[in-house]
Design a protein. Structure first.
Length: 217
């Protein structure tokens, strides 16, 4: 089977998933889609922390727990469908990358709900968590990559070929057609890094394969 990796960039209630295959010289997009991780029938589901801020603390905890369960179920269904389709086309998923914003730790729920800035941060983490958990349940390793570190991580993954790789992923839209937005470009580049990392690990002697290159951060 051919190797493929997933790159995912989330927004409030939805995200973009891109699957790539190949290597730095011949990377190709084998799947792309918009995934939905919020149920429109639930009030405030696209911005659950904004909605929870109107509720009392015990009620907000119950509301967010319910939203999380639904979002995780939707994420699992969406990613699972991609995995099944790619498996049918003889692609094996070797890992995934989920793009982060700041990645800073969050305080208690009461502190989050008292701060508009933290509410936005928490919502971003909320939907990224749903995707991470979906991938983990499907036995797909997850690498978290801060967006501000994307270029630096590309240099580490591809070395002198980093700029060429970035140009390649940015221009893929010309061959596969729209949509090919900033979301798609970032997700494709992140997924390509996963392929490069797995390729490096595969080339190591067996005794080294459990070393630092296998870590995910």
């Amino acid at each position: 089977m051919k190797r493929a990796a997933l790159g995912i960039r989330m927004h409030s209630g939805w995200g973009v998933l891109v699957a790539v295959s190949g290597d730095a010289n011949s990377v190709e997009v084998v799947e792309r889609r918009r995934i939905i991780t919020a149920d429109p029938r639930i009030p405030g589901a696209n911005q659950p922390y904004h909605y929870a801020a109107r509720l009392g603390l015990p009620e907000s905890e119950r509301y967010l727990g319910n939203c999380a369960a639904v979002s995780e179920r939707l994420a699992l269904a969406a990613v699972g469908e991609v995995v099944r389709e790619l498996d049918g086309r003889q692609y094996r998923i070797v890992g995934s990358a989920v793009l982060l914003a700041s990645g800073r730790p969050l305080p208690s729920l009461s502190e989050i709900l008292a701060s508009h800035a933290l509410i936005h941060t928490a919502e971003g983490e909320f939907f990224r968590n749903s995707i991470r958990k979906a991938c983990e349940r499907l036995k797909i390793s997850v690498t978290a990559i801060r967006e501000r570190e994307l270029d630096e991580r590309a240099k580490a993954a591809f070395g002198n070929a980093a700029i060429r790789m970035q140009r390649r992923t940015s221009s893929l839209g010309s061959s596969i057609g729209a949509p090919w937005t900033k979301d798609h470009k970032a997700a494709a580049l992140a997924a390509s890094m996963i392929l490069a990392s797995e390729e490096t690990v595969a080339s190591l002697p067996a005794a080294q394969k459990s070393g630092p290159l296998r870590k995910r951060s």
